[in-house]
Design a protein around this ligand. Sequence first.
Ligand code: PGA
Length: 242
Amino acid sequence: MGALIAGNWKMNGLTADLAELDAIADSLAAEPAAAEALVCPPATLLAAAAKRLKGRAGVGGQTCHPNEKGAHTGELSADMLKDAGAAYVIVGHSERRADCGEGDADVKARAEAALRAGLRPIVAIGETLEEREAGRVVERLLEQLAGSLPDAAAIDVAYEPVWAIGTGRTPSLADIGEAHAAIRTALAERFGSAAADIRVLYGGSVKPGNAAEILAVDGVGGALVGGASLKAADFLAIVRAA
Ligand code: PGA
């Protein structure tokens, strides 16, 4: 599988910002990239984003509810995201885990809902600074993988150290390599040969200036990009670094 570069717009983006997507679609039409590009805008823009990207890049949701439908005011089901044009959905982002109290079992239920709807979940995991300082990175990642992953391999995983998100700080390349190696080993133990198709993205302060070196680390199968995905030029530079 080729690398996946996913842009996570978080709670950013109004209709006017869709112009960034025209620039992405035009550039990828003129010169296709080796990596697969994905934009995860706020749900209000999903359908319009899919249209503007013209299939040159995919679109994905930022979370989905574990249930298919029902009395859950304000929530969105995986079927709704799919209906709006999504092919992927991020589940278990650390901001959801922290802001909305989503624990591993909840994240797993959301990933399973995504799979039932025909979406490919990108399951996000990552240690806090305290866990890192306590030397518990691998232990924490394995714990999150065991609790958050669905029982099917049609997924991708995003390793995002919580302390690296939006801070401009990143782990050393050796630390990224160590985390990805541990994740890949756990995936192989869990899914056998099917694990080969699971991409493990790195996320946390990925920028045009550091993307190439991070994407070259063994076991890194792409990137989950927050802030730098909001500008077409930066996002494209990262897509082309893969
Ligand atoms: P960042 O966010 O690139 O702005 O650090 C990454 C993410 O939260 O997915």
